[in-house]
Unconditional design. Structure first.
Length: 366
């Protein structure tokens, strides 16, 4: 009877395996899937000689496994069922370790050696690719701390160089590995998520003085070197000073009695305010966002009243046009001087540049 049961179980197991193979899939191994997901938009290339297990999040655990990538192969991941806001879009941190390391440290993955770290964006139609390189895994290591408030993507030898890792904000003593003891320069690329645009944006280091040079040492060497980013003399104000907004912000107040005012481009394109209304009631104040350039351009802005019968060019207090610059705040006051209702010259739309907006509160650190 026992032999029969054993034979029956083997038949069932072989049947299940054949079903997976017939569907072009292989069964999960230790809770890890290894097959590409046809609708996946995240591609990870494993250019090492070891099978890699990929995790979602800074600290790997059995609950955050995305799947595995076989040695020397590419794999696509469908993240739509791994994150809660896929339809909105966002970012995640990727970590990966060798499969053998995963098996050895399965009961304490937080102590496992991480061979790969990166950041990936996701969302409907957003493709992203990452590479697990053999140059940044091996028997040599060094430690890096990110003392800044936003995540840092690490690049080798130049701001546009090969990606060698990712440090979340305030990551401390993060271990990075290398295939040799050859020294290398690390350039930071600051990465943040803009609430204003819903996209991931980067700020590149400017020159060698923003970088650090590291000398990896054998993992058996307890006197490993430690480095800190941002580099000496670079602070949050330097970083956030590089941030720009994709729009200018014009806050309008309508002081004309009994008339709603439209804010337009060349009196034809009616602009909508942040509250999505296309007109300002008498006595109302609201802010309009205008896509421009960082240097500033003349958008030929006009205020119209009386169902567009009155057209008032937007000028400064001296009657000059004001170039509208991305990232800047402006105030606009619409006024009637009481001399003649039907004469456009008796109305004014005076715009004043307030200054560059501090958008540090509009960003979310990765």
């Amino acid at each position: 009877m026992k032999a029969l049961k054993k034979t029956t179980l083997m038949v069932i197991a072989m049947t299940v395996l054949s079903l997976f193979i017939s569907c072009g899939e292989t069964p999960e191994e230790d809770g890890i899937s290894w097959d590409s997901e046809p609708t996946g938009l995240l591609k990870i290339a494993n250019n090492t000689t070891k099978d890699m297990v990929v995790f979602n999040g800074q600290t790997p655990s059995v609950n955050t496994i995305l799947g595995g990538v076989r040695a020397g192969q590419n794999r696509t991941f469908d993240l739509s069922d791994d994150v809660d806001d896929y339809d909105v879009g966002g970012y995640l941190i990727l970590r990966a370790m060798e499969y053998d390391e995963f098996i050895a440290k399965k009961d304490n993955l937080a102590a496992a050696k991480i061979d790969f770290s990166a950041m990936a964006t996701y969302g409907p139609g957003k493709k992203y690719s990452a590479e697990i390189s053999p140059n940044y895994s091996g028997d040599y290591y060094y430690k890096v701390t990110n003392s800044g408030k936003i995540g840092i993507e690490l690049r080798k030898d130049s701001p546009d160089g090969e990606k060698i890792g990712y440090l979340p904000a305030l990551a401390t003593n993060y271990t990075l590995y290398a295939g040799s003891s050859d020294a290398l320069s690390i350039f930071p690329v600051y990465v943040y998520f803009s609430r204003a645009t819903g996209t991931v944006t980067t700020i590149k280091a400017k020159d060698h003085f923003d970088s650090v040079t590291v000398a990896p040492r054998p993992v058996t060497d307890a006197s490993v070197a430690h480095y800190e980013l941002p580099a000496q003399g670079i602070n949050w104000d330097d970083i956030v000073g590089e941030l720009t907004s994709p729009v200018a912000y014009v806050t309008c107040t309508n002081n004309v009695a009994n008339q709603a005012a439209y804010f337009t481009k060349a009196s034809t394109t009616v602009l909508k305010a942040q509250n999505n209304y296309d007109a300002l009631n008498s006595g109302e104040t609201n802010t309009f966002e205008i896509a421009s350039t960082d240097a500033g351009t003349d958008h030929n802005l006009i205020v119209t009243l009386y169902n567009k019968a009155i057209k008032v060019p937007v000028k400064d207090a001296d009657g000059n046009a004001v170039p509208i610059k991305n990232g800047y705040d402006y105030t606009l006051s619409i006024t009637y001087n009481g001399a003649g209702v039907q004469d456009s010259s008796n109305y004014s739309a005076v715009i004043t540049e307030v200054g560059k907006r501090d958008i540090s509160n509009e960003i979310e650190s990765l």
